[in-house]
Design a protein around this ligand. Sequence first.
Ligand code: ACO
Length: 325
Amino acid sequence: MHGMITGVGMYVPEKVLTNKDLEKMVDTSDEWIVQRTGVRERRIVEDECTSDLAVEASKEALEEAGISPENVDAIIVATITPDTLMPATALHVQRKLGVKKDALAFDINAACSGFIYALSCADAFISAGMVKNCLVIGAETLSRFTDWQDRTTCVLFGDGAGAVVLQATDTDRGILASVLHADGDYADLMVIPGGGAKNPCSHQALKDRECFIKMKGQETFKMAVKHLVSVSKEALEKARMTFDDVDFVVCHQANLRILQSFARFARVPQEKVPVTLDIYGNTSGATIPLTLGFIRKKGLLKEGNIVLLNSFGASLTWAASVIRW
Ligand code: ACO
């Protein structure tokens, strides 16, 4: 047995923050943001928290899969913006959705690669015979950890969630191969330095704006393209495929120039690489399921399609999965 995606859902908060809005907040311009990142607008939470977004996306995924919350055996939430440091956001989702009391539930912190890590864990649990029906979610409220005075990061991020139902199957559909990597030597490329055990929440940490995301953008950019191409090749080789076999590449949505460079280096036609960052920005662990939900709603995913997922995130994680839809 292995895992097969039987339902996909997505959810974004209502409030839209445009580049023009950001022009009034920091020294930036719509022109710079569009040219350097491809982002035009992003969604921002008002009263909602990460688990609220996750629950809405999950309801849609469960409906498509045709299963009720009482039949979910496992919830894995990929997030770097949990509702609370403890307990895990997955437990808030369990309570709010009414998932059965003895399900397993936990969060994964692998930044933008979190969803592929979570999907791969769920697939492994299914292959091991531990569970049959998993809810795998990527959900973020990055706006809560964004320094709205830092123009180098605040133009990039947004809030949103995507979810899939992964069910046991013995058919040739589903997850064909996954590859996960990490390198802790680059931990300072993207970091939230304050609020953890090393530098606990304090007046000084708040004053120094250390409870917000810090990123070395250019260095990260260079690593991103290299790793996205190599990890994709590795996953495709594991599935005995090449880029020519792929119908869609759902890439992590960090920067349009990264997606274009990936398509050029991998020799994949740009139209096979869907883009949602223009309207949702970088939603870290949520971008991949959000984009899957987005193209699903457009009726683009057909049974038998080969879908390659790939991602790159703090600091550093990178991953890819090959799926027969
Ligand atoms: N508006 C106007 N000017 C700006 C802005 C802004 N919002 N931000 C930076 N600049 C300026 C800089 O100060 C710099 O000015 P200078 O030349 O006078 O010093 C100039 O623009 C160029 O800055 P760079 O940082 O070199 O710009 P770059 O082209 O690299 O774009 C960006 C920055 C968009 C962050 C890009 O590097 C990027 O996308 N990096 C990858 C991000 C990524 O993949 N992150 C991984 C996932 S995130 C996660 O895991 C949570």
